[in-house]
Design a protein around this ligand. Structure first.
Ligand SMILES: Nc1nc2c(ncn2[C@@H]2O[C@H](COP(=O)(O)OP(=O)(O)OP(=O)(O)O)[C@@H](O)[C@H]2O)c(=O)[nH]1
Ligand SMILES: [Mg+2]
Length: 205
């Protein structure tokens, strides 16, 4: 898949403000500061189409991006959308605020008909986080196709990546096809993620 063009479209909180298209959609979820917005920029080859911050809690709304793609060897072209979701698990905001973000994410998953897949980001370094386990259980119970991107792999030595993945895989109850190593910083694993997205998007077109 070749990304021809991408643009930020709008931010939303409730379904009435979602981007009104029927394009296939891929959403990005994960704890605050895990690197969702950075991964979107990397996949789209853009510097800051999605706003990044080293402080957790940067993305507080649901952000929609429209992407025009071409697949040359299949003579296929079209549009799809990316959705940057607010991060969960950020302790330094009020419970009310955390609950409102949680509701925003759940409502999105429940209402978005054209959602074709979710890239769930987890940090490759620690062991499986209870909040990530909950997110994955929610995706499974809602029958939403997902892949897990174990990111920031540049933060650990290459020799430790396999062991880290094994640990996450068992902690999150995943199989080999569901988890990929990635680093936006080193552009590692980006192709795998783009291929997974392509399959989900083509399925829909
Ligand atoms: N080393 C390293 N740092 C990364 C990587 N991806 C993101 N970061 C850094 O992690 C921090 C958070 O990145 P964001 O993309 O803003 O994270 P987010 O998940 O969108 O966070 P919220 O919007 O708060 O939910 C930034 O300082 C990024 O530069 C990566 O692959 N490797
Ligand atoms: Mg963000």
């Amino acid at each position: 898949m070749r990304i021809v063009e991408s643009k930020f479209v709008k931010s939303a909180v409730t379904p009435k403000d979602y981007y009104p298209t029927a394009f296939a959609e891929i959403a990005f979820t994960g704890k605050s500061n895990v690197g969702k917005s950075t991964l979107i920029n990397t996949l789209l080859n853009r510097k800051s189409i999605a706003k990044v911050s080293n402080k957790p809690g940067k993305t507080r709304l649901i952000n929609f991006f429209e992407i025009r793609f071409k697949i040359d060897n299949k003579d296929l072209e079209g549009f799809f959308s990316f959705v940057d979701l607010p991060g969960y698990g950020y302790a330094k905001v009020s419970k009310t605020q955390r609950d409102s973000w949680k509701k925003m994410i759940l409502t999105f998953f429940e209402n978005r008909q054209q959602l074709r897949g979710v890239v769930a980001l987890v940090d490759i370094r620690p062991k499986a986080d209870p909040k990530d386990i909950l997110m994955i259980q929610m995706l499974q119970s809602m029958n939403i196709p997902f892949m897990v991107a174990a990111t920031k792999s540049d933060k650990i030595p290459k020799s430790k990546a396999n062991a880290a993945i094994m640990k996450l895989k068992s902690g999150l109850h995943l199989n080999d096809q569901q988890i990929f190593v990635c680093s936006s910083l080193k552009k590692k694993g980006i192709e795998n993620i783009l291929n997974w997205i392509t399959d989900r998007v083509i399925d829909f077109n």
